[in-house]
Write a new protein. Structure first.
Length: 400
């Protein structure tokens, strides 16, 4: 449901306008007539916490980043509760979030921090211009039965979970259907939406938080947000290690979702939890602090690399090797293809090609860690490599 305003000319999603502006107005006006009871307040708070977990541990870490695997029952639970948070379906949520990670702080980033706090917090939702977002791979979600089921019945589930359920609980539980509808539905949705949006806005604000792991993007650690978002406050860590199922590592970084996912794993409800080793995390932290972005102790020195002809490189890829060439250096990325934050397809399409233009794309800047990971995988240099000899090297390709 999109329309156009006359001045300035903007594409506006009126459904989002109704939710983002209408729900707070309804709550404020209704509060003048409906008293908030203790039971209703506790129910709304419990729903808010469960909602935050469904977005953080479900939408975000399970589906957008594939940081772990969940049992079928747990998937349905997270999908159903997540739908009640009014943040669209898993498929559409992952669409904008994967674009955010692949094109951070660029025109193709849905919540581009360069456009200011209001845009990252709320403006991008109202001016919902999906056509301007960067291309991402959603093939894994498009074939996921739980994701497709939720996408198909999204609005039915949303109304039942966010409106009907809290109203019915308050009515039959303690005779307060008006409070259940006003505070447990409208008010609670507003609270959950804005705490989620704070990760896009406050955790990317230049004046907030710290950047202990990387300064290549606007992402910042704002630990206080952990308390309101089920553990999403350490955003600089997350942007540096996006596939790690954890966001908080220390006691002063209360990552509720991390502990829940670990508990689910012990109960047999989750598996294949992806983590980055402690040594790698510390190396990246120290490297970022010293700004020695070109120091990679695990990388084979350039002078020790063997020479390889271009034809040999192409032939090896043809026979199954996962190799890429960037600025005349060949890298073996076999162990990294399927865990690449932007999707395996971005690497697969440049195997056997010159990927210089893609890696150094003006659209996306790789972090210090990404360059360090790449350096650790170099295996040879191309004989007589010359940038001018390869068309793809001089072009700006799709980022990977």
């Amino acid at each position: 449901m999109k329309s156009t305003l006359g001045w300035p000319r903007r594409e506006v999603n009126w459904l989002h306008v109704v939710v983002q502006i209408g729900f707070p107005i309804i709550t404020c006006i209704g509060a003048q007539y409906v008293t908030l009871s203790a039971n209703t307040a506790m129910m709304a708070l419990a729903h808010h916490v469960l909602g935050g977990i469904s977005i953080t541990a479900g939408y975000h870490r399970l589906w957008a980043h594939r940081s772990y695997r969940a049992s079928l029952g747990l998937q349905y639970f997270l999908a159903v509760v997540g739908a009640g948070q009014w943040q669209l379906s898993i498929l559409r949520w992952a669409r904008h979030h994967r674009a955010h990670h692949s094109y951070t702080d660029t025109d193709r980033d849905p919540y581009d921090a360069r456009k200011g706090f209001f845009h990252t917090h709320l403006g991008w939702v109202i001016e919902y211009k999906e056509s301007s977002w960067g291309v991402v791979d959603l093939s894994d979600l498009q074939t996921d039965p739980v994701v497709q089921w939720q996408n198909r019945y999204y609005w039915v589930i949303t109304v039942l979970v966010s409106m009907v359920l809290p109203t019915a609980l308050a009515h039959y539980g303690w005779g307060d259907w008006q409070g259940g509808l006003l505070y447990g539905s409208f008010g609670r949705v507003v609270l959950t939406l804005h705490t989620t949006f704070l990760i896009n806005s406050l955790a990317h604000a230049t004046w907030a938080g710290t950047q202990p792991y990387s300064t290549t993007s606007s992402a910042r650690n704002v630990p206080i947000l952990d308390l309101f978002t089920a553990g999403e406050g350490n955003h600089n860590f997350h942007h540096t290690f996006p596939t790690d199922y954890r966001n908080g590592l220390h006691w002063f970084e209360p990552d509720i979702s991390r502990h829940l996912i670990a508990l689910w794993a012990k109960l047999g409800l989750a598996s294949h939890l992806l983590t980055v080793g402690a040594e790698e995390i510390e190396r990246v932290r120290l490297q970022s602090r010293s700004s020695s972005t070109h120091t990679v102790h695990s990388a084979l020195p350039y002078e020790s690399l063997p020479a390889m002809s271009w034809d040999k490189y192409v032939d090896l890829v043809y026979h199954g090797r996962s190799l890429v060439s960037i600025e005349g250096v060949i890298y073996d990325v076999a162990d990294f293809v399927n865990t690449h934050p932007g999707g395996a397809h971005l690497i697969q399409k440049v195997l056997g090609e010159d990927a210089t233009g893609s890696f150094y794309s003006a659209i996306h800047s790789h972090s210090e860690r990404a360059e360090a990971q790449l350096a650790a995988r170099r295996i040879a240099y191309v004989k007589r490599w010359n940038r001018d000899n390869f068309d793809t090297a001089s072009k700006i390709g799709a980022p990977w």
